[in-house]
Ligand binder design. Structure first.
Ligand SMILES: [Zn+2]
Length: 139
């Protein structure tokens, strides 16, 4: 009983050894997914390592603005979806494309922010809502 592990290669790309550093930000799958999330948030920079992204998030995601809320939710969704895709590969033998996983992430972020007050006088919030499909509630 138990899992038979033939090698320690990443199940998503098959190129590098499994590690936290590789899975969440170094793997081509994860790098593409997180890079798209950053782009959807209007953040244009290269995806770094686990330590680099964690340092960036710790430093930058402190306020309560909409972009910070979206990035915090998206961070959690990103990590969860990577873990879920690895488990799908491990137990089901199939994986989804980054584009399909991103639909799940966008839906999770959208649902969490639905009905929340969003300051639509800030054009950055309007653009963010458009990118993520977040309904804008004004009152
Ligand atoms: Zn990989």
């Amino acid at each position: 009983m138990g899992l038979s592990i033939d090698d320690d290669k990443c199940l998503l790309c098959g190129l590098e050894a499994e590690s936290r550093e590789h899975f969440f930000f170094d793997c081509s799958f994860a790098k593409s997914q997180w890079g798209t999330i950053l782009t959807l948030c209007g953040v244009f920079r290269m995806v770094s390592s686990w330590d680099g992204e964690l340092a960036w998030a710790t430093h930058c995601l402190k306020r309560k603005s909409l972009i910070v809320k979206v990035l915090k939710l998206a961070w959690a969704c990103h990590v969860y979806c990577i873990w879920k895709e690895i488990n799908n590969m491990l137990f089901g033998g199939s994986t989804r494309s980054v584009d399909v996983v991103l639909l799940d992430i966008k839906e999770a972020v959208r649902v969490r922010l639905m009905g929340k007050f969003i300051n639509t006088t800030d054009p950055r919030n309007v653009a963010l809502c458009a990118s993520w499909g977040i309904p804008q509630t004004t009152t």
